[in-house]
Design a protein around this ligand. Sequence first.
Ligand code: CDP
Ligand code: MG
Length: 142
Amino acid sequence: MRNRTLAIIKPDAVSKNVIGEIVSMITQAGFKISGMKLIKISRQQAGVFYEIHKDRPFYEELLDYMSSGPIVPIAIEKENAVEDYRKLIGATDPQKAAEGTVRKLYGQSLAFNAVHGSDSDENAAIETAFFFSHSELVDNIR
Ligand code: CDP
Ligand code: MG
């Protein structure tokens, strides 16, 4: 089934100037872009986005990181989008990520790992709606 997921190019990758390289990996893998923007979010907005992790020990550091500079949320779609995009980015820890994955190529540490990817269709819908209103999304799904 063709579906959507949310990618985010995180502040470390934006400051490394590799937005184009990462977008290219995403489109080369067969994803269509339905929405994309360069924005900076507040620490409070980051807290809402990552609410699911609020009890984890890395939460405060994660909020500092995600609000430290511009990010690029990208709504993307493809058959099996959630799983295939997670395969493309690799394991959370860049050192454990497979060769050729986005995190292996551009991540620097478990915390600063270059990109985000939704982990389920349900969260993909919630996370996409966090960054994009309905009218900001192009519907490639048909
Ligand atoms: O991003 P992913 O879904 O692969 O991992 P997560 O477990 O949902 O964690 C969200 C984000 O928190 C990661 O992408 C890392 O940036 C950060 N994190 C961390 O700093 N330390 C950890 N032990 C786990 C995650
Ligand atoms: Mg996650």
